[in-house]
Ligand binder design. Sequence first.
Ligand code: DHB
Ligand code: FE
Length: 307
Amino acid sequence: MATIIAGVGSSHVPAIGAALDNGKTGEPYWKRVFSGFEKSKEWMAKTKPDVAIVVYNDHASAFSVDVIPTFALGCAAEFPPADEGWGPRPVPVIKGHPELAAHIAQSVILDEFDLTIVNKMEVDHGLTVPLNLLFGQPRDAWPCPVIPLAVNVVMYPPPTGHRCYMLGKAIRKAVESYREDLRVVIFGTGGLSHQISGPRAGLINSKWDKAFLDNLSKNPKKLTRIPHVEYMREAGAEGIEMVMWLIMRGALDDNVQEVYRFYTVPASNTAVGHIILENRGRAGRKHSAAAKGKQAPRRKASHRLAA
Ligand code: DHB
Ligand code: FE
């Protein structure tokens, strides 16, 4: 059976991609951001998932305002990087996992979550930047197949946090009914607080962001009842991207092990938030890096790094 072994939350700021692509990671401004992901890359290199499900939003790259699916699951064999105005990012084409994706689509749709099935799709910074932050900059190929799940957070009304959380649970059920023994990591991307236009452009609310991360780790159900208007008011217009983290969280155990957290302000207009949560239930333990005879991350040290 396939298992979700861990969840990763990460901002997906496009300027992070531009810094990577243009060799600026050593500049002090960017060093502060990238240094927070060094431990995460080590964790990912040890964890070696067989598949990553990446929950992200499309920023008018694959979907224009003509068609905006609430939840769109990428079932294709590959997903090229999108042209976001400066040409496609120089990252490898993202290989999908059509068989697992089709299985997830069948399972969650029969569980009454009406996903849009997408068999052709380009993916933008919302997906490629978190991949870089966790997998580094591979030249030719990403280390594992990726199943993109695009969520509408750009045009009202986006899905509620509760709907996202419950979809996460349905995805977990789908993964656990897949016959092959795959170890799956699920990403929630976007956020944290940011607003990129209008009179409140530049808004960042670190206190609210940090409470969000605390609750995400220990008390996620509390987050599922936050109304859209509260995200907008407290975390800025684009802060609504944070509902996507609740899909990731819903796919995990109620009690998780927080193995790493990082928060820094700002990158571009955005508060950068990042968290790694491991499932420690029966299946999670069975599949953890430690159980595979590899060295598990040192949790206390990781926590000390958290700013
Ligand atoms: C920024 C952040 C985003 O998440 C995004 O999609 C676009 C821009 C920013 O901080 O500039
Ligand atoms: Fe975004």
